[in-house]
Design a protein around this ligand. Sequence first.
Ligand code: PLP
Length: 408
Amino acid sequence: MSKQDVTRSTFDQVMVPNYAPQAIIPVRGKGSRVWDQQGNEYIDFAGGIAVNALGHCHPRLVETLKQQADQLWHLSNVYTNEPALRLARQLTEKTFADRVFFCNSGAEANEAAFKLARKYGFDNFGPEKNEIISFTQSFHGRTLFTVTVGGQPKYREGFEPVPGGITHVPFNDLDALKAAISDRTCAVVMEPIQGEGGIIAADPAFARGVRELCDQHNALLVFDEIQTGVGRTGDLYAYMGLGVIPDVLTSAKALGGGFPIGAMLATAKAAESLGFGTHGSTYGGNPLACAVAETVLDIIDTPEVLQGVAQRRALFVAELEKINEKHGIFTEIRGPGLLIGAELVEAWHGQGGKFLAAAHEEGLMLLVAGPQVLRMTPSLIITEAEIRDGMQRLESAVAKVIAEADAA
Ligand SMILES: *Cc1c(COP(=O)(O)O)cnc(C)c1O
């Protein structure tokens, strides 16, 4: 069997059925355009779910990866390596953090953060200080610990028993947190903007209140910036725009620009609790991943890219509003920077998937965040022409979905 002989139906034969991928198989990408096996072209507004922050095959990322590939691939953490050290130095210089732990995905970064929170409570205040509070509708990954801290019960149903000592309170409800937090709380975990939960931003006053409550109760504030980090909101990390500084922050997705990497950033005080031998990852700090992430940060943490996010956002919103004037399908367009959610009007609730499928047919890659929010997390350097082209395709898709519904 040659490499070309795989098709979408191969998926059903050889893969675990936990995903339901689209019918096409993309084979090549450049910037914000992607081509499938048949040579059909797509504009990419999905960005690999907020991962391809510099589009596909950015020349500088390709060059970095190729250079590192000729140099050194893997060592394990029995040795440290130059790309990991340089990346950690860059992250500590650019953020509140003093220390970094590397891993390979978002869930692993959160797993490290939650384990750190437990250990920090244990080391500094004793075994009773083990409770973690997070928010309903939050998403923190798919390991057993992270689905349990996550606020969406559907992701843990059937996987019980799950770890204990975890409480969920409504997002943006400071009184609810006040009622739940105590001296047994070791950490409060939040996304500055809930991503999978429907693009819901934390109210700045709420975020400040969370910080104060954590301080009052000696609990760590953990920001999950796996979706919001690395320029997505127009700040390098969303906490910078929010003006609330966490003790621990997790980063992944865009950090590798498409090469798997995760990172947990922490203050020196918190980091002490992950002493020698307490945690680890074989691939964590892999030279290939760290070299690519270094270049990702070099490119994204520049005024040119970060300020460009606001300009591109303005065009996205203007174009979405035009579509809405014509078709009246959105109640609201929300989310900061290029983390854009367009909530469907009630008549279309639960039918986000239809728009996704239609967009696909028109040559546009799109996401949903829950069943009633269309989500766009494109490249931070998507061009104006690509945005306009993609929006034309979205308009055609919306018109098609409406026409089909009218005909039915
Ligand atoms: C995607 C995501 C995760 C999980 O990251 P993985 O790399 O899929 O493990 C965790 N938290 C948030 C906020 C995310 O958006």
